[in-house]
Design a protein around this ligand. Structure first.
Ligand code: ZN
Length: 322
């Protein structure tokens, strides 16, 4: 059983690859992956005072026969690993939490997707990125709807529903935010399609979520899928959960005619359990994944070498580069 494509997530700092030592890694990755998918901050796009490093990095990836996708943390919406800063100096764009709702991450400030200043910034940012750099695709990492009662949300809600918002973080607010977030993602996807880019969205598994139902209907989205991470300190799941989630999202993707991509955990792997990565890849491939995506990160990974070797072998054995 082989998948159509293999991807590899790079958690940022990818411009380092122009350094000779890192070029070795690009060669190694090109032996197993068709696409490099990077999490980036706004700064990595123009690192070191706007030099050509980012441009050169993409060129090196292309020279090795791979495609390059990028997922950005603009507004702190799609890449929590690499925090961005534009929104930090624009507090007027932040989500305004309803008094009854508890912000699970109060230390993270996020821009509201209905804020006109943030929307305008987003359009300019992505248009510049797509016209200046030879990227092949754009990603949306774990989009999540948060309740908001800012004046722009209130105004938009009233226009749509001809009545006032309740002002609470209730079911109605969450549905409205899900619709607004799907619209925001659709807006960026439309910009990406003007220069023929691919678009991909990965979600934390919640197959019943209204947001996911909306996202899979997004016209300009090409890839959609879950990241069923089964090993977490304090919330361990049986590996069979990977096949369960792959099957659930296969159904959703068939309805929305999306390519299903499944991200296989490669972080927080305790020593001795690396073999489960390979097993997870097999379960995803057997249950209908179109794309198998590895994700290697040092965070909580006790034996990085064995972890990387297993990811590499998984992508080779279940991909097209065998
Ligand atoms: Zn708002």
């Amino acid at each position: 059983m082989v998948v159509k494509e293999t991807w590899m997530i790079q958690p940022g700092s990818l411009p380092l690859w122009v350094h000779p030592v890192f070029k070795r890694d690009v060669r190694e990755l090109s032996g197993c992956a068709d696409v490099i998918y990077e999490y980036a901050s706004e700064h990595e796009i123009k690192p070191y005072g706007g030099t050509e490093i980012f441009k050169n990095t993409i060129k090196i990836i292309h020279d090795h026969g791979m495609k390059f996708f990028v997922s950005l943390g603009t507004g702190d919406r799609f890449s929590v690993i690499n925090p961005c800063t534009w929104h930090l100096v624009h507090p007027e764009t932040w989500i305004e939490w309803p008094p009854d709702a508890i912000d699970p991450t109060p230390w993270i400030k996020r821009s509201c997707v209905n804020n006109p200043v943030f929307i305008e910034y987003t359009k300019q940012y992505y248009s510049n990125l797509f016209s200046n750099y030879d990227v092949d695709g754009v990603g949306f990492d774990e989009p999540h709807e948060f309740p908001c009662v800012c004046k722009y949300c209130q105004r938009k809600f009233e226009e749509l529903n001809h009545r006032k918002m309740s002002g609470r973080g209730d079911e109605e607010n969450i549905r409205f935010q899900a619709e607004s977030l799907a619209e925001y993602i659709s807006m960026i996807s439309d910009i990406a399609k003007q220069t023929d880019l691919k678009t991909a969205c990965v979600v934390g598994p919640r197959p019943e979520a209204y947001l996911h139902e909306l996202l899979v209907k997004t016209k300009d989205l090409d890839y959609f899928g879950p990241d069923p991470y089964w090993i977490y300190p304090g919330s361990q799941k049986d590996i069979s959960w990977v096949s369960e989630m792959t099957k659930a999202y296969r159904k959703i993707c068939d309805v929305g005619k999306k390519l299903l991509w499944v991200v296989i955990q490669g972080h927080n792997i305790p020593s001795g359990r690396e073999v489960e990565i390979y097993e997870a890849g097999r379960l995803a491939a057997e249950n209908g994944a179109d794309v198998l995506c590895g994700y290697f990160h040092w965070r909580g990974t006790e034996n990085p070498e064995a972890t990387w070797d297993t990811i590499f072998r998984m992508l080779i054995d279940f991909g097209q580069k065998r």
